[in-house]
Write a protein that binds this ligand. Structure first.
Ligand SMILES: CC(C)(COP(=O)(O)OP(=O)(O)OC[C@H]1O[C@@H](n2cnc3c(N)ncnc32)[C@H](O)[C@@H]1OP(=O)(O)O)[C@@H](O)C(=O)NCCC(=O)NCCS
Length: 461
């Protein structure tokens, strides 16, 4: 099902003047996608598309194309969303009001429908999401009574687990909903969750860092999710923060079947409710090699700044990094399991930093941090290439700068992962609705022992 092999169906809105609703946009696309899935099964079910090697199996399934992912495709050069790069989407997708950043809602609409929303559709969609932002009372009561010495990730996981009882999909399943109808309930849940998660995360921030301030501040129904998130974060007038939120939620929305997305896919394939599914994704993301790298990269960069002072030479940076490599340390923010180029998403962070004046040092962040990281991003790849030749891609990935940018613009380091998880959750939910629309089955690969592998090789010889 490679996008290059199938006709792309791009539309730019409805033929009548009324804006489409998202459910109409998705419903319009379902027949052609089901037709394609049916054709693949009917005519090509046993056709080989990849020769599975021992390397694929021992290498954590690297290189084995085995997960259908409708909303995007990642290869060594970057992500394509329904066949389009982020750069193309920047031109094609409508922006929100006076914002200069990509709009998370426009991107989401596009991921769900493979079509570009009109301004009216974007507005209507955002209003629908914001109308779903408020958390149920049992959830706010629960969150407000959690010990504040627990980390934001623990709060978020627990909050999601409590939200699970509000799943409409679970209620529909309990009443015996038919398989063909499940996507509509999954969509309702997905939209509820897309609205609720930023509010959940802002409430956690308020409870842990701000003694509950603004956690019930009045939402602006005419604004987008990022602006409403800022209201609940007590930063409604901080336009840089709102813009960074929009950007971060787009950049982290989808990246194919990486660890957190794949985890969520696996969990939801068993018809688990979406909130517990997101919780599983958050846990997967807290691994050092995956999303936690965004947090670790801030620590790495801060340590480098403290060690080198405000005016290091390139040679100072090189010596510092060489020591880290020699000590066997993982350099967070460098390397990638699939990309073989500089992560294209980094360009947007560089641009954001260049276009938005960083807050004053009273934010507690060392003022040279972002400048130093950008210099290091130029120096480190060559050092890795020479001194760590086993690394397949020594280039920086988006986490090399994104976390430190979020921190510089006012986010506490241990809050960066939940903040970024808002975007990842939104993107995955779009995929999960398509899983149901296509009736994809529970994931169940076969496992094999190494002795089994050897036996197969010997029987093939
Ligand atoms: C992303 C990552 C997990 C990909 O792993 P991968 O697919 O195994 O990458 P490679 O095939 O290039 O790894 C080959 C070797 O180089 C090492 N390596 C890769 N990136 C490295 C880094 N940034 N620092 C130090 N060593 C690294 C690997 O650990 C591996 O060592 P091993 O053979 O002893 O196990 C890896 O590059 C990494 O750990 N990066 C730092 C964490 C990070 O930024 N994650 C976010 C990614 S978006």
């Amino acid at each position: 099902m490679s996008p290059s092999a199938m006709p792309l169906e791009f539309t730019t809105g409805s033929c009548d003047s009324r804006p489409r609703t998202l459910i109409e946009g998705i419903a319009a696309r379902i027949p052609s996608r089901i037709k394609l899935a049916t054709k693949l099964v009917a005519f090509h079910a046993k056709a080989p598309i990849h020769q599975l090697t021992v390397e694929n199996i021992l290498g954590g399934m690297r290189g084995a194309p085995s997960i259908v992912w409708e909303i995007s495709e990642t290869d060594s050069s970057g992500v394509k969303y329904h066949g389009r790069t982020l750069r193309q989407l920047e031109e094609d997708l409508p922006k929100w009001g006076n914002s200069k950043q990509l709009s998370p809602e426009a991107m989401l609409w596009y991921l769900y429908t493979a079509s570009v929303p009109t301004q009216a559709e974007l507005k209507q969609f955002a209003a629908d999401l914001v109308s779903r932002c408020e958390l149920p009372k049992d959830v706010t009561d629960f969150l407000d009574n959690l010990p504040v010495n627990l980390s934001p990730i623990v709060h978020m996981n627990m909050g999601l687990t409590v939200l699970a009882q509000h799943s409409k999909l679970m209620k529909a399943l309990a009443k015996g909903a038919r398989k063909e109808e499940l996507w509509k309930f999954a969509l309702e849940d997905a939209l509820d969750a897309t609205g609720r998660i930023p509010t959940l995360v802002a409430r956690i921030h308020s409870n842990i860092y701000r003694q509950g301030c603004d956690r019930d501040a009045t939402l602006d129904l005419s604004a987008d999710l990022a602006q409403n998130f800022a209201i609940r974060m007590g930063r409604s007038c901080d336009i840089n923060f709102v813009e960074l939120t929009r950007l971060a939620w787009v950049l982290h929305q989808d990246h194919g079947a990486n660890v957190s997305a794949h985890t969520m896919r696996l969990v939801s394939s068993a018809l688990t409710d979406p909130y517990s599914t997101l919780s599983a994704g958050l846990i997967a993301g807290s691994g050092t090699l995956h999303a936690m790298a965004i947090h670790n990269s801030v620590d790495f960069n801060k340590n480098m700044t403290s060690a080198l002072g405000p005016n290091p030479t390139d040679q100072d940076i090189e010596n510092y990094v060489l020591k880290c490599i020699a000590s066997g340390q993982i350099l967070p923010g460098y390397g990638h399991a699939v990309l073989r180029v500089v992560d294209p998403r980094l360009e947007w962070i560089y641009r954001f930093v260049a276009d938005h004046p960083a807050p004053l040092p009273e934010s507690g962040v060392h003022p040279v941090l972002l400048e130093l990281i950008q210099r290091a991003n130029m120096i480190v790849p060559d050092l890795l290439r020479v001194h760590l030749p086993k690394i397949k891609n020594p280039a920086p990935n988006v986490d090399a700068l994104s976390g430190s940018t979020m921190h510089t613009y006012g986010l506490d380091v241990d809050f960066i992962l939940p903040f970024m998880a808002c975007g990842r959750a939104m993107g995955f939910l779009a995929q999960s609705v398509w899983d149901k629309a296509l009736g994809l089955p529970i994931e169940r690969p076969l496992s094999i022992t190494m002795d089994g592998l050897l036996a197969k090789l010997q029987s093939n010889a």
